[in-house]
Design a protein around this ligand. Structure first.
Ligand SMILES: N[C@@H](CCC(=O)N[C@@H](CS)C(=O)NCC(=O)O)C(=O)O
Ligand SMILES: [Fe+2]
Length: 287
């Protein structure tokens, strides 16, 4: 099976991995999950990380056809809109984005969501040509309703379904998340050929591991994943996942990330004073 050429970009600020994936024959490429740098203390945005991906694409002589999101990220801002503007690429995301937008648009009073924020909403089983390769979309809801996996040649980009075998799986406590559904989505990834190279969206370094890692295989995950490997049952997985979810804090960039990412990485429109603001809905503890 044809192997796409893959360059990974790790963002230590958010533990996220972005990928530049190319068909070696035609030089057609896609960017998966680009990060827009954001310093919440000062409100400063920067495209430095995304520009590194664009520079690498230029050095490798690649034409970026698509920017693909594995889901509406809740922990970092997406640079999809920036990459689209600079490269002319189109932006694709799982069809479940509509459910995420419906849940969160009222939270932020986001009445400016536009159809054009995403060029293509991808259904389970959709395919996109990438030169001589084909991108196959596998819907993998559970972490969020919009989660998809992109299978390309001998590689699959699994977003936040699986983390490294020693760390486990993604949380399922966001709106529309569902641990049983995540279990069943992961079984679909396990049904890919065992040697399939899996590329993850995050790494948090499991306890005892000194280096970041984001590449594994179907066989390694199916055998050794600490949450779901070795034939874990759905019931055992759901109990473990729900118990762990109950201990997790909200991601640090939850609100900034969601309100930009439901717009495909477009910033909220300027206020009457001409400046742009991000909103943080307040909850009064104990009220
Ligand atoms: N501490 C991180 C947590 C980020 C987080 O919640 N990541 C999600 C994926 S978007 C997850 O599934 N985490 C699983 C875990 O940390 O066990 C942050 O604040 O950004
Ligand atoms: Fe996520």
């Amino acid at each position: 099976m044809t192997a796409p050429a893959i360059t990974a970009f790790f963002d230590e600020a958010t533990n996220s991995v972005s990928y530049l994936v190319a068909d070696p024959a035609s030089r057609a490429a896609v960017v998966i999950d680009p990060v827009l740098d954001f310093d919440p203390s000062s409100g400063t945005l920067s495209t430095a990380s995304a520009d590194r991906i664009l520079a690498a694409a230029g050095e490798q002589g690649l034409n970026i056809a698509w920017v693909l999101e594995t889901h509406v990220h809740a922990d970092h801002l997406s640079a999809a809109a920036h990459i689209r503007e600079r490269s002319g690429a189109r932006v694709g995301i799982g069809k479940g984005v509509g459910e995420v937008q419906a849940a969160f648009a009222p939270v932020f009073g986001a009445d400016d969501l536009a159809e054009g924020d995403f060029d293509r909403l991808l259904d389970d089983g959709a395919t996109l040509p990438l030169g001589e390769l084909t991108i196959e979309v596998i819907a993998t809801p559970g972490h969020t309703p919009a989660c998809v996996c992109y299978s390309i040649g001998d590689a699959a980009f699994v977003g936040d379904t699986l983390f490294m075998p020693d760390y486990g799986t993604a949380r399922t406590d966001f709106p529309g998340g569902d641990a049983g559904q995540l279990y069943r989505s992961i079984q679909r990834i396990f049904a890919l050929p065992p040697e399939t190279r899996l590329f993850l969206c995050h790494d948090y370094k499991a306890p005892g591991r000194s280096d970041y890692a984001w590449q594994t295989t179907v066989a390694e995950e199916a055998e050794r994943n600490v949450h779901i490997g070795g034939g874990a049952t759905e019931q055992a997985f759901v109990e473990m996942r729900q118990a762990r979810d109950a201990t997790l804090c909200a991601p640090k960039l939850l609100y900034p990330a969601i309100q930009v990412n439901i717009r495909g990485g477009r910033l909220p429109p300027p206020d009457q004073d001409g400046s742009r603001y991000l909103k943080i809905p307040l909850t009064i503890a104990g009220a």
